[in-house]
Ligand binder design. Sequence first.
Ligand code: FES
Length: 328
Amino acid sequence: MATASPLCPYLMQVHHISQETPDVWTLSLINHDFYPYLPGQYALVEVNNSRTVRAYTLSSPPGGSRFVTLTVRRLADGQGSGWLTQRVKPGDYLWLSAAQGDFSCVNHVDNRYLFLAAGCGVTPVISMCRWLAAHRPRVDVQVIYCVRSPRDIIAAAAWTDLGHWLRLTVFAEQDAAGDIRPGRLTRDALRSLAPDIAARTVMACGPAPWMAQQETDARALGAERFWQERFHTPAAEADAGAVRLKISHPRLVQSVDAPVGVSLLASLESHGVAVNAACRAGVCGCCKTRIAQGPYRTTSAMTLSEQEIAEGYVLACSCYPLGDIVVA
Ligand code: FES
């Protein structure tokens, strides 16, 4: 078994694996340590216990499950997804990173939500719905879930359990029957299903073009609070080795490649650059770093002054490069 790396220090054992759909599996992991995460977040997993990492949704609701679960869709050429779904077996150990990402209802608090999901993009939505049902049961939750066919519905049992509490509409492109609506989600359907969309926080997860279309439609119908998960497509493409950017750092002899959608902290650590970090959640301020050049987005600047932000300081754990960057 490999030893812990700074990037993936959490060792978890596979308890069981269940197949959700023809190409999606959920791995239930036993964790013997404290593992804080928010509903909707994801973790990086070391592939084949090497230093290669891939990102997968933490589909269990924090505090609401005996296991930490990862739900993984097998991609045709996916190095990580192929290994996790075909070779890993109960009893094996996985190394996970701290939880990552800001696509969480905890970060976007409201009393009314509309979750839009397509395909495997439903996994963070499941976690958020189960967490909200347990901790904020008075919240009004509506879910619109788009699949290719009814057999591609992920977490069917969870949707049945939550059916009395939330309003779920499923669209299937093929073989729709019963309560499942045929076809795709259109702007007219969205208008009809969510006439109060302007009063809801809308959170969407699915393929990037699909999310872009949903944002266009939702905003045209009056939605003002719209958030989309930016992990899935970059991570899926990164799984195939496609979307990468360069990070230059004074402690690196040459610039290095990093996948889009991974924090600056995680990327630097995966290349052996030690960064002072404690909370990994944008709270403690330990990982303050300055970016001299290049585009990025941040999910927390909690401990930084306006002047520091103007000077390019970021919290590396909460900074996501959007292109090639130079760290000062
Ligand atoms: S590690 Fe605490 S703010 Fe980044």
